[in-house]
Design a protein around this ligand. Sequence first.
Ligand code: MN
Length: 322
Amino acid sequence: MSNLDLAPDETVCTGPADGSAGPVHELLVGREVMLGPRGMEVTRTLPHRDRRMIGAWCFVDAYGPENVVGGAGMQVPPHPHTGLQTVSWLVGGDVLHRDSLGNRQLVRPGQLNLMTAGRAISHSEESPADRPPILHGVQLWVALPNRDREIDPHFEHHADLPVLTEHGVSTTVIMGELGGTSSAAQVYSPLVGLEVTLAADVVATLPLRPDFEYGALVLSGGVRVDGVALGRGPLLYLGSGRSELALGAGHPSRLLLIGGEPFDEQIVMWWNFVGRDHDEIVRFREEWESGAQFGTVVGYAGNRLPAPPLPNSRLRPRGRLP
Ligand code: MN
């Protein structure tokens, strides 16, 4: 997915000043964003005015369930990325990914498409012609730490992620590790991404790492998260300092839990780029506009996305917290 905002704000992503924020309940209400002129509406809960990152997770878009038969569905033309990983996760439907490395990969519910941009990549995402009617999913970004952010780009598809099932609760380890079971997805900083599926009238306790901060997003139904009744829409920031998390559901429900070690680098997010300062973002933008560095996406029926104009002010990292 792309940030298709035609006038994107400068976003300075910072983690908290230290990892000792402790357990909290902080409800981050998202904003509705249109993905382009033919696009779908998504709810963006990260970055948020009050909290830019959770671990290295720096972008959370949720979309659907939406009927995509008859309309264009998801149509995100070729666009660039730097300094991040895109994490594509579906609850329903299909999305076809193409990138400048020549990968063409359909992602389906329960599978992970993970694209590591490193120094430069471009890709498109679209609803395929023979798509199922309902599209429902999330698009997440993970910031790469400074030591890895200029690595070669690569793409991973994981169709067989580990699923831990117990007493009406199934947990898919999308990224990272839970209770000694690890996803094969490549990560560059200590983090976790889990999808927890709860049957009706179950309670569960998930083991957490006290040194991680966490956030929870309901994908379907409603879940009591540490006693907080959480429905679809907002992201519940849970802070750090927890060794477990109580979950419960009255009806069949699905929850995304993301977490990680608080990210202690300042990063500038602008449009689809993650960089470290203004000049770097200017260079990324010029390289995309000139056709250099980002390669070519073959097979997408449409033009590539032009970069929006830069803001008049200089993009620069600010404090660690808003
Ligand atoms: Mn993208």
